[in-house]
Design a protein around this ligand. Structure first.
Ligand SMILES: CC(C)(COP(=O)(O)OP(=O)(O)OC[C@H]1O[C@@H](n2cnc3c(N)ncnc32)[C@H](O)[C@@H]1OP(=O)(O)O)[C@@H](O)C(=O)NCCC(=O)NCCS
Length: 143
């Protein structure tokens, strides 16, 4: 987490094992949340309804990305972008994966986010799978 006394400015988070994370999400989280937040009406386009639909979609680890078992998310607010903090947060996350002897890591972004694509390429990620809206980038951490 990137924070000072006034605010949280950004974060990096993820999992070392996406397949295990999927199982844990279903067992510990989504099953209970689906009871509490039923599927909203199809014409309900409120933010709450969109979030509730995501609960019912759940998380599915992509088997095509199993060779890069960890995955991550990184986001910084605009005032702290472009100052090296993203690279710093990413390094902390990758160092932890190396300590845990994880073989690889992936993340998802899209062609609508060229800044993120440039950032990941600069960090050493390479595109490993793409669809019209989503590009998966991967990085091997050991042979
Ligand atoms: C994408 C993001 C995490 C990058 O973090 P950042 O702190 O802005 O990036 P850094 O300052 O650490 O940049 C590291 C390297 O990435 C590259 N980079 C970053 N932004 C770039 C841009 N707009 N164009 C080209 N290269 C860029 C630079 O080459 C830089 O290396 P250099 O200093 O050797 O030139 C951050 O901008 C962000 O959170 N953006 C909004 C949310 C988002 O898009 N998250 C990712 C969702 S998939």
């Amino acid at each position: 987490m990137l924070a000072d006394r006034d605010a949280v400015w950004g974060y990096v988070l993820g999992t070392r094992d996406s397949a295990r994370f999927e199982q844990l999400c279903e067992r510990e989280w989504f099953a209970q949340l689906r009871q509490r937040y039923p599927m909203p009406a199809a014409d309900d386009q409120s933010r709450d309804a969109r979030m509730q639909r995501l609960i019912h979609t759940g998380y599915r680890a992509d088997a095509d990305l199993a060779a890069w078992p960890a995955h991550l998310h990184i986001d910084l607010l605009p005032p702290v972008q472009g100052k090296g903090w993203g690279r710093h947060l990413l390094r902390i996350f990758l160092d932890r994966l190396l300590e845990l002897d994880v073989s690889g890591v992936h993340l998802l972004t899209g062609p609508s986010n060229p800044r993120a694509m440039a950032f990941y390429r600069r960090a050493g990620f390479v595109p490993v799978k793409s669809t019209a809206n989503v590009i998966a980038y991967g990085m091997r951490l050991r042979p």
